[in-house]
Design a protein around this ligand. Structure first.
Ligand code: ATP
Ligand code: MG
Length: 226
């Protein structure tokens, strides 16, 4: 399903972070947004998830306006977000965190095999895992959520290359299954490897867009140097 942001405005009360921002997330594509710290990537993820209220514009999922719906109603329609922080329940075990996604036992077993770190720690309390391990668990939760739109806020932050590779394979598989994916990342290698389109973000909005053929390391780095 395609997600369309139409001239959305929002932020924190009077402090608007985004003004009239438009973006299409086509089904079966990985759309990346690159921008320096504080340009509003996380705020955008929260506006899409419904954690922050829209102060203008519309969000359409397969044509239907969902911009006024609460977060749980958007989640039910298939918008799954991996937040940058707070993506796991610290007091619950790894197993419980995975089960709460609604994933089937087979899906959970598969993801625990894909990321052996999780498989080895099923009984461990999520809050006692390392930062990188929690990221992997948060990512696994997002993959089990059966989302039609996946919003991933810096999934690779603090994660070792081997597990970033595994994340990339998972994201690419979801793309092949038709999900619309928004990747908010500063990891240039990950973007170059898997993104179909890259939008460069600064504090005033999008500055330029790269299509697949133009997504190279230098061009993506330029978005981080604005
Ligand atoms: N709860 C909040 N209240 C007020 N301002 C906030 C709040 N959270 C973030 N901001 C501000 O909104 C702006 C955008 O922040 P945001 O976290 O969306 O950026 P980001 O692109 O995700 O940065 P990073 O790359 O560091 O994750 C920043 O100026 C930030 O200080
Ligand atoms: Mg952020």
């Amino acid at each position: 399903m395609t997600l369309q942001l139409e001239a959305i405005t929002g932020g924190y009360g009077d402090t608007l972070v985004h003004r009239d921002l438009s973006l299409a997330l086509p089904a079966g594509q990985i759309t990346a947004i690159v921008g320096r710290n504080g340009t509003g990537k996380t705020t955008l993820a929260r506006l899409i998830a419904g954690e922050l209220p829209l102060q203008g514009g519309a969000i359409r999922l397969a044509g239907y306006e969902i911009g006024g719906l609460p977060a749980h109603a958007r989640a039910r329609r298939g918008i799954v977000t991996m937040p940058q922080t707070g993506m796991v329940f610290d007091t619950l075990s790894v197993r419980e965190n995975l089960h709460l996604t609604g994933g089937t036992p087979d899906q959970i077993a598969r993801i625990a095999q894909t990321f052996p770190r999780l498989g080895e720690r099923m009984a461990q309390r999520a809050g006692s895992m390392s930062g990188g391990e929690r990221k992997i668990l948060g990512f696994a939760r997002a993959m089990l959520g059966n989302g039609k739109v996946l919003v991933l806020d810096e999934p690779s932050e603090g994660v070792q290359p081997e597990n970033i590779q595994r994340m990339q394979a998972e994201i690419t598989a979801r793309k092949a299954a038709g999900a619309a994916i928004l990747l908010l990342e500063q990891n240039v290698s990950m973007i170059v490897s898997i993104a179909d389109r890259v939008h460069a973000l600064d504090t005033k909005g999008f500055t330029f867009t790269l299509e697949r053929a133009d997504i190279a390391r230098e061009a993506v780095l330029a978005a981080l140097e604005i």
